[in-house]
Ligand binder design. Sequence first.
Ligand SMILES: O=c1nc2n(C[C@H](O)[C@H](O)[C@H](O)CO)c3cc(O)ccc3cc-2c(=O)[nH]1
Ligand SMILES: C[C@H]1O[C@@H](n2cnc3c(N)ncnc32)[C@H](O)[C@@H]1O
Ligand code: SF4
Length: 375
Amino acid sequence: MLTHSEALALEKAPSREFEELSNCAAQLRNTHWGRTLTYSRKVFVPLTNMCRDDCGYCTFVQKPGSPAARVMTPDEVMAVVKEGERLGCKEVLFSLGEKPELRYAEAREALARLGHTSMIDYLIEMCRRVLDETDLLPHVNAGTLSDTEIARLKPVSVSMGMMLENISRRLLQRGQAHYACPDKVPVQRLRTLERAGQHGVPFTTGILIGIGETWAERVDSLMAINALHQSHGHIQEVIVQNFRAKPGTAMANHPEPDLNDMVRTLVLARLLLHPSISLQAPPNLESRFAAYIGAGINDWGGISPVTIDHINPERAWPQIEALRQATARCGYGLEERLAVYPRYLKSSNRFLAAPIAARLDAITREDGLALQQCG
Ligand SMILES: O=c1nc2n(C[C@H](O)[C@H](O)[C@H](O)CO)c3cc(O)ccc3cc-2c(=O)[nH]1
Ligand SMILES: C[C@H]1O[C@@H](n2cnc3c(N)ncnc32)[C@H](O)[C@@H]1O
Ligand code: SF4
């Protein structure tokens, strides 16, 4: 839709020109996704907050030795999932630190007590329990994954995700957001995205805005995501998430991106990405919803009536009814969807393992959830 030089120029396009581009983005959303925005009713399960990486913006991560460092027990996981089920949630978002067992004895010991040697093994067990004991559907956000890890997770989850964040290697330098983060090396993130495509996993990714990247690096990141989608068709959604500065982190004093920056980036994403890719922005990290809708988003992501956003614990979820009203004031409806998007739901396709396809078949027949076909 946009050439590379048009994409670069969008950053500083004069307001009249930008308004036209923004109208194009909104129009493109209307054409491909209609006048209904979606969200997923979820519970957030932070299976472990120990992590071998040290992202400069992250408060989720806890070092062993800190009283807050932990691995959730199976009973704790199932209690929150059951509570979600009681309140009508359909997604379990497993979001966790990356491979802490490779760095910390405490993580290895905690896993050994649970009968496992790796966090991914334990995650697979818990996904299976969710499927066996509840009606919820696991979405796995566990960072970089190997071929075998993806192959083993696919039959126990409906979709997986990992933010590319940014393709820039510059951010790995000392003093930058991804210093000392082996799992944030861009080629490792890109390999995970590529492997997910090869395995036919409906995949969520995205970019993190305002962590020291340039506009050109955002353009390159979105173009890389789009190219992977062109090869494999697996990118179901792209999240454009604004960095929030947290006290106590290396980036506590780093400026947060402003609304104009977010809006321009959303327009960029809508115009660069294939229109069948859902464009999501989280509603708890910005309250001016109309600006996001005007920039062409079609989805608000996961919202929980049960759990906080453990990544941004100080940012409360909007009430779903309040979000519905705000969305309606912009002229759009709000509908619930599943963690996997409609176009992957056709049974007997390469995107769903057989037991998952059977489960989804049953759920969608009962519920008739957000099943508008797109893309
Ligand atoms: O509550 C959150 N949900 C996050 N989600 C979940 C998201 O909101 C949706 O629930 C799922 O993507 C399902 O569509 C992510 C999912 C991913 O695959 C990758 C990254 C994220 C990031 C967040 C996040 O920071 N907070
Ligand atoms: C789940 C996703 O949340 C993002 N993430 C981690 N820390 C922050 C923060 N301070 N602000 C915004 N997003 C963050 C990362 O990109 C991670 O992949
Ligand atoms: S953002 Fe993810 S990878 Fe980075 S420190 Fe936090 S938990 Fe680890």
